[in-house]
Design a protein around this ligand. Structure first.
Ligand code: COA
Length: 177
């Protein structure tokens, strides 16, 4: 059984606290972050959005969304949505990091730790992620963690006023060392 918090290079992955509210608004209220996520991620990201999100996360057992923290302060999130019905052994994984922390290899190592947690905690056989084709950094995070690009859905996404391609990635349990 994997125990939280997890250490991943310069960051830790831990469960949520009410006190993450201020940092969550500060890091999430970003056009650059929003631009790479689905419509479920609000913009602007308000205090109410943060309160609702933290309230939901505090109820998760086992936790499906973890705080990525640096010096104990939230700088991002890693999460999994579990499939249902015929997709019950599939998990959709996602992550984001506040813009000030990009480009230092942080999510590559944080997501690696999150994957260890996911494989141990959830009865999933397949993890998948979708990446907007203008987001090579996210593709890098997935590829460095062993994900395979399965294909492209052409012009499947409309975001920030543009129609763009979407890349599909997956990793199967038996592919993990
Ligand atoms: C995607 C995101 C999490 C990446 O986090 P990060 O900590 O900056 O990523 P890393 O520094 O670990 O970079 C991952 C790899 O991507 C590649 N990469 C990074 N930036 C890149 C760029 N601009 N162009 C091409 N490749 C890039 C590199 O291979 C890099 O590894 P390396 O430089 O160590 O060899 C961050 O940019 C983010 O939060 N973006 C907004 C939200 C988002 O896109 N979430 C994912 C939705 S699918």
């Amino acid at each position: 059984m994997i125990r939280l918090p997890l250490t991943a290079g310069p960051v830790t992955l831990r469960t949520w606290r009410e006190s993450d509210h201020e940092a969550l608004v500060a890091e999430a209220n970003s056009h650059a972050v929003w631009r790479n996520l689905t419509h479920m991620f609000p913009h602007p990201y308000t205090a109410d959005d943060a309160a609702e999100w933290i309230g939901r996360c505090l109820e998760e057992e086992p936790p499906r969304n973890l705080v990525v923290a640096r010096n104990d302060r939230l700088i991002g999130v890693c999460g999994i949505d579990l499939g249902e019905g015929v997709s019950r052994f599939t998990g959709n994984v996602g992550y984001w990091l506040g813009e000030d922390h990009w480009g230092r290899g942080i999510m590559t190592v944080a997501f690696a730790a999150f994957l260890d947690y996911v494989w141990e905690t959830f009865a999933v056989e397949r993890l998948q992620a979708e990446v907007f084709a203008w987001n090579p950094a996210s593709a890098g995070v997935l590829e460095k963690n062993g994900f395979t690009r399965e294909g492209t859905r052409r012009k499947a996404i409309y975001k920030d006023g543009e129609l763009i391609d979407e890349w599909f990635y997956s990793l199967l349990r038996h592919e993990v060392r």
